[in-house]
Design a protein around this ligand. Structure first.
Ligand SMILES: [Fe+2]
Length: 278
């Protein structure tokens, strides 16, 4: 059966049905999936049953696997894969596990010179309720801003550093990443589609070039508050076996923490090598 592609929202997102990423993917199906991902930015492939080897193989259909800086939670036999297990996450002051995932809208790993172009999450185990992931189409968000504001934003540059409090980053990885802040354009042009998008990780943005850190934080918060409207978002309600892949160059995402971390929410995460943002 050839792959069937259905939109998840009018603005972006695609559900790819009729594909088993555990086996060989026909050339025409692969081309359709790759094109849909660029066009729709978030792709959901339901009902997969993947060994770690098959998962790696599937990810390679979309590019080269990028090493992860979450060095404390890598799968021992397959260190390309990070295992996000809410039961193993940092505990709060009462000893309760803090749900994994950033609580604020962001794109992944802007503290790298070449941040990952795609991130993949594969749902292995889910809590009884909650733990959704939301996505925002930042191309549509940017396009909806007034022309005068778009012009003002275009030359802005963010200065990116690793956050001090990400517990899953090992000391060596942190030391390597802490050396050089990375400068990225706030408005990024997609290297394939040529579309522009707001590109920012508020937690990793030390400042916008030319602004003080406090001023930058307020500026980014205000921008995202206005730009991320319900019309440009998609909320993914996970089912076991879901594989979701998204384009970090043109979307932001946020993990909903409204679940009981002790029940266990287990995601296998992979990232794909990207390019220098322009
Ligand atoms: Fe993320």
């Amino acid at each position: 059966m050839p792959v069937t592609l259905s939109p998840l929202t009018p603005s972006f997102g695609v559900d790819a049905a009729g594909v088993d990423l555990g086996g060989p993917v026909a050339a025409e199906d692969l081309a359709a999936l790759q094109e849909a991902l660029i066009d729709r930015l978030v792709m959901v492939v339901r009902s997969q049953n993947l060994t770690p080897e098959q998962y790696l193989e599937a990810a390679r259909l979309f590019g080269d696997i990028m090493p992860q800086h979450l060095t404390r939670i890598l799968m021992p036999e397959h260190p390309e894969i990070a295992v996000l297990d809410s039961r193993q996450s940092d505990k709060d002051k009462d000893g309760k596990a803090i749900p994994t995932g950033s609580r604020a809208w962001h794109t992944d790993h802007t503290n790298h010179a070449r941040p990952p172009k795609f991130t993949l999450l594969y749902a292995v185990k889910l809590p009884s309720q909650g733990g959704d992931t939301s996505f925002a189409n930042m191309q549509a968000a940017y396009d909806a801003l007034p022309a005068e504001e778009r012009e003002r934003l275009r030359p802005m540059v963010t200065v990116n550093v690793i956050e001090p409090d990400t517990g899953n980053v090992g000391d060596d990885a942190r030391a390597a990443l802490s050396k050089a802040p990375q400068r990225h354009p706030l408005i990024r042009t997609h290297p394939v589609s040529g579309k522009q998008a707001i590109y920012v990780h508020p937690g990793k943005t030390e400042r916008i070039d030319g602004m003080e850190p406090d001023e930058s934080r307020a500026f980014v918060r205000d921008l995202l508050d206005r730009a991320i409207t319900p019309d440009v978002t998609y909320r993914h309600i996970w089912r076991p076996g879901d594989l979701v892949i998204w384009d970090n160059r043109a979307t932001l995402h946020v993990a909903h923490r409204n679940y009981d971390a002790s029940e266990g929410r287990v995601m296998h995460r992979l990232i794909i090598e990207g390019e220098v943002p322009v």
